[in-house]
Design a protein around this ligand. Structure first.
Ligand SMILES: [Mg+2]
Length: 454
């Protein structure tokens, strides 16, 4: 069915997770899990909408929203099927906008905005095909799948033809692997036991609960204080034993030498990996850390802040990452995942965080510690309309109530909003006054002109 994009709406949605220290780590001590949330509308009778987020942690989400708004002209009036028929070409044209690219290119706020838009397009495509996104990808001809990828800057590492050959080589076992996935799910590890802001008692309880639910892989945050890290690692190991896996994540807190020295005393707790041990852009620094920690049996994981495929190419080529953590809300959506995914054997475990799932129309379903593949059409990224309205920042119901209760302070951003909001209300008041006097003296026709003029 033909469909042209008529409107792109973007919303600033924030959840006050910082109130209970959910998501807290050594660098991000008070995150409010948030997103710039894009909704794509078309003129099709099917009334389908594409919903896509990019992930943020509170302040600054409004900047990503502004970036999305600056890019939407590329979408309005476009035929969606024409986009999907040459998705890689569309993606390239989009990220290579001759003026907007100056803000990146392909990194930072503009690329976060790109992610939200592309994810919304993928959601729309999957809904139009009446398939969950993973199934849309699985059923795609190798040629069509490869056509979704932009190989610019990575063809020295993997070419279109090589990617095609990998997909074709593995196509014989595709149905077998699909059946296995449906039956068993995709393995996951939990991070919900070890946020940095949690008390020792809470960590203990979280570990016990997770073990009861069948979890076998656990991640803890480290990096703020070494003595605390040792104590917390001891607690977790006492609870989960050494038969289960433990991973550590310092969220970019250390310098290269500091990372190596910090991890030496933590090696006795046998972490499988240290995640983001230093600046996410320091490829050679990661390589040095990986080399130093390898004899201790500790690998290096990174990718959450890798902003594009070029970075992944360098990390993989230099041996700087043993565990690849690619994120479709950081790089330019699903299209950009497909390139690095083709170029390496993917790690076989996915992070699980059990916060906020109640807000999704189709929340993830787990079978023990494994993700079950979604069954509903789309990307499963769609938030419930009520959750969207309640968490709109800064004037959604939840934020208004928290403000009234004195539980949150206004940041400069929200202060600006309040000034704007009050100014807006003042204008409405002024307009009302004007309306009143006009009504008394000049009659309805004049009022209509006055409204237009105002
Ligand atoms: Mg992390």
């Amino acid at each position: 069915m033909p469909a042209k994009i008529t409107e792109v709406v973007v919303k600033d949605i924030r959840f006050p997770t910082s109130l209970e220290a959910h998501g807290s780590d050594a660098m991000h001590t008070d995150p409010d899990y948030s997103c710039a949330y894009v909704i794509i509308h078309t003129d099709s009778n099917d009334a389908l909408e594409g919903h896509g987020p990019t992930f943020t942690i509170g302040r600054g989400t409004e900047v990503v929203v502004a970036a999305v708004e600056a890019m939407t002209f590329h979408l309005i009036g476009q035929d969606v099927q024409a986009i999907f028929d040459d998705f890689g070409g569309f993606w390239r044209k989009f990220v290579a906008d001759s003026q907007l690219r100056w803000l990146g290119p392909e990194k930072g706020v503009v690329h976060l905005a790109t992610a939200a838009i592309m994810n919304a397009l993928w959601d729309l495509w999957a809904k139009r095909e009446k398939k969950p996104l993973w199934k849309l990808l699985v059923d795609m001809d190798p040629e069509k799948l490869v056509a979704c990828v932009d190989f610019t800057y990575i063809s020295d590492c993997i070419t279109r033809e090589e990617a095609l050959a990998i997909l074709k080589k593995n196509s014989d076992t595709k149905h077998e692997r699909e059946s296995f996935l449906k039956e068993n799910g995709f393995p996951a590890y939990t991070t919900s036991v070890g946020w940095l802001g949690y008390s020792d008692e809470r960590i203990q309880k979280k570990c016990q609960d997770a073990l009861k639910d069948g979890w076998t892989m656990f991640k803890m945050k480290v990096g703020a204080n070494l003595e605390d890290d040792i104590r917390r690692a001891k607690i977790i190991r006492q609870e989960i034993g050494y038969e289960n896996a433990l991973m550590m994540d310092c969220n970019q807190r250390w310098g290269v030498h500091e990372a190596i020295e910090w991890m030496k005393p933590l090696a006795e707790f046998k972490p499988k990996w240290i995640e983001e041990p230093t600046s996410p852009d320091d490829v050679l620094g990661h390589a040095a850390i990986a080399k130093a920690l390898n004899p201790l049996g500790i690998g290096v994981a990174t990718g959450e802040h890798c902003h594009n495929r070029v970075m992944f190419k360098q990390f993989l080529q230099s041996g700087a990452m043993q565990y690849c953590q690619i994120d479709s809300c950081r790089i330019g959506g699903v299209n950009e995942i497909l390139g690095p995914a083709n170029g390496q054997e993917m790690s076989s475990v996915c992070e699980y965080v059990d916060h906020l799932r109640e807000h999704f129309v189709y929340p993830v379903e787990m079978k023990g510690p494994n993700y079950l593949p979604p069954t509903k059409p789309g990307y499963s990224t769609e938030l419930k309309p009520g959750s969207i309205e309640d968490h709109l920042y800064p004037n959604g119901r939840v934020w208004e109530e928290l403000r009234k209760e004195g539980k949150i302070k206004n940041s400069f951003g929200s202060f600006s909003f309040l000034c704007f909001n009050n100014f807006y209300k003042f204008c409405i008041f002024l307009f009302g006054l004007l309306f009143h006097f006009q009504l008394l003296s000049l009659g309805h026709l004049c009022i209509t002109h006055s409204q237009t003029g105002l």
